[in-house]
Design a protein around this ligand. Sequence first.
Ligand code: SAM
Length: 200
Amino acid sequence: MKLFYDLWYRFGTPPWVGQARSELVELVQAGDLLPGRAIDLGCGEGDNAIFLAQHGFQVTAVDFSPAAIAKAKAKALEAGAEVDFRVDDLTRHANVNGDFDLLVDYGTFDDLSTKDRAAYVDQVAALTKPGAKFLLWCFEWELKTWERVATAILPFGNIALHPGEVGNWFASTFEITQVAGETGLPQWPRGWAAYLLTRT
Ligand SMILES: C[S@@+](CC[C@H](N)C(=O)[O-])C[C@H]1O[C@@H](n2cnc3c(N)ncnc32)[C@H](O)[C@@H]1O
């Protein structure tokens, strides 16, 4: 997975790169997410992190791809945004700790294998204290049999959460509200969801 992403960032521009994501932008602009200490989990080229820094947050941003972090640092410099970018693996933090008021994950948790999701959940709890917010965006649909077989065979982790899975992973430590999503799309990927979690 790490090599796959790193090569993609090094030699290309993945399709999610470009600008801060709409749900995050809307929540910040509406005042539903207030400035504080934020961490972007799997930040890629840093579009969300840079947006948060430009809106008064003190931002740490983490990705296990050195190529992504190098590009993110260059973008932040050009934008005049101060972000503490770090290379680290979200399933076993060696380089990240502390209490954050806001966690953001766009499309990272849903990629992970089941074992890595469990490790990620443990790490995330340690980064928050009661009241902290966590914006989690994921692909989400009921996988067809061929999709289950493909994800079991191929060494790329997962492709989507199944409906209800966010609750299974996070309900013991967070209150969960779905803020956006689409389901049953005719094309692939067949659904997505954005959740705003509040640490209990
Ligand atoms: C689909 S991309 C989304 C990137 C970014 N959040 C965005 O929306 O632009 C998923 C990102 O998670 C990173 N990633 C995946 N697994 C990771 C892990 N275990 N630790 C750290 N980063 C990881 C990948 O390198 C990639 O940048």
